[in-house]
Write a protein that binds this ligand. Structure first.
Ligand code: CA
Ligand code: CA
Length: 137
């Protein structure tokens, strides 16, 4: 004589696992991606801090997602966004930065986009300066 006890009655299997009753014990058939006697484990894929460049890791089922800082992209935020894309530096050369760009201008031009002639700038400067000197006299 033995008493039949359904060990599954307490619903021991977590995360949607299916309980299989046995003699004096039970088994949990875990759903995909879950493990442990009671299907209590699901891997924390963010544990290895896979997101680079201060990206934020969000754990998923057997995967993770990286939310990147504005100037980075890619699955691991490993790639720097090319901030020079679509930028016209005129006679200068665009230098990509982190969330910004710089136009390196040639000797004859100036301005954020190398769109001002330095010669104009200097003559403007000189006229302003002479006006200033005149006003002092
Ligand atoms: Ca996970
Ligand atoms: Ca960049």
């Amino acid at each position: 004589m033995f008493t039949v006890i359904n060990e599954c009655q307490s619903n021991p299997c977590l995360n949607g696992g299916v309980c299989i009753d046995s003699i004096d014990m039970y088994y949990c058939q875990c759903r995909f991606n879950y493990a442990g006697i009671n299907c209590e484990y699901e891997d924390y894929e963010c544990a290895s801090t896979p997101c680079m460049n201060e990206g934020t890791c969000v754990d998923g089922i057997q995967t993770f997602f990286c939310y990147c800082q504005e100037s980075f992209t890619g699955r691991f935020c490993e790639r720097d966004v090319n901030d020079c894309e679509g930028v016209d530096c005129g006679a200068g050369v665009c230098i990509d930065g982190f969330g910004s760009y710089t136009c390196a201008c040639s000797d004859r031009v100036a301005g954020t986009h190398c769109d001002r002639s330095k010669l104009t700038t200097i003559s403007q400067y000189n006229s302003t300066k002479s006006d200033f000197i005149v006003s002092l006299k």
